[in-house]
Design a protein around this ligand. Sequence first.
Ligand SMILES: [Zn+2]
Length: 268
Amino acid sequence: MYWVFGCFYYLQLMIKSHDQLIHEKYTGILHRSFKTKLDLFLFNQCIAGTMSNEISIEIFNAFDITDDLIEIYQQAWQLAPGKKLPGNKLSVTEIDHSILEWEKNNPSLKSTLLSGYENHFKAIVFPFETFKEFYGNNSAERECHYCELSEMEFKFLRHQKGIYTKRVRGYEMEIDRLNSNREYTRENVVICCYFCNNAKTDEFTHEEFKQIASPGIKQVWFHRINLRLDNPIKSEEIPIEEIELKVDCNAKAWERIKKLPREKDELE
Ligand SMILES: [Zn+2]
């Protein structure tokens, strides 16, 4: 009876923390999305010579990040300091400076635009319900787009001391943009682990990194999991990860862990 009550209590904790997790992730992508849009918006105004301290929420929200703009923006990042974009009288250093100045001089306009964008993001760009469906309900449903490991398998590795990072990130799946110069939309995002996200940076395209992670990184994880399955750590004191593992686990996820290829050759 107490056991049942205890499980219910832990389930409640899990439900609560899952809700918190989803909201945290959603708030994170909303702010990063705003930052991307504002950066591109200001860059566009700056190269057009139309920078202004009066921007309406409607104009900002309606602003579209086009492929052409992304290309020019990319070119600007590739230029050495002091160099100019073709046909532009400002150097990239001056463009950078103007954008920084705008941000310094317009903190209240920036927060007004953020509030307006927040509504726009929730209603059109990436509605919360769409995001919830995309992010999944539990660890077994979330799988890294690049190395293909599930959050469940990372939890197993954590529990079995198979993760060595000293950082706090890496416990849960993150959200990566296929094109980091675009906003977070359902079409522009994939779920990925912290390790792939961190290694990919903004250097590799998603196609390039997919080749690096699978079979490369995937093989390493599977090798670590297999070592732990052969010789599991058993502890009398059950750490919190294991409780979480049990509550969050479903039969499908365990089946998958146990069916991992035993030899590297068997990997795709
Ligand atoms: Zn990964």
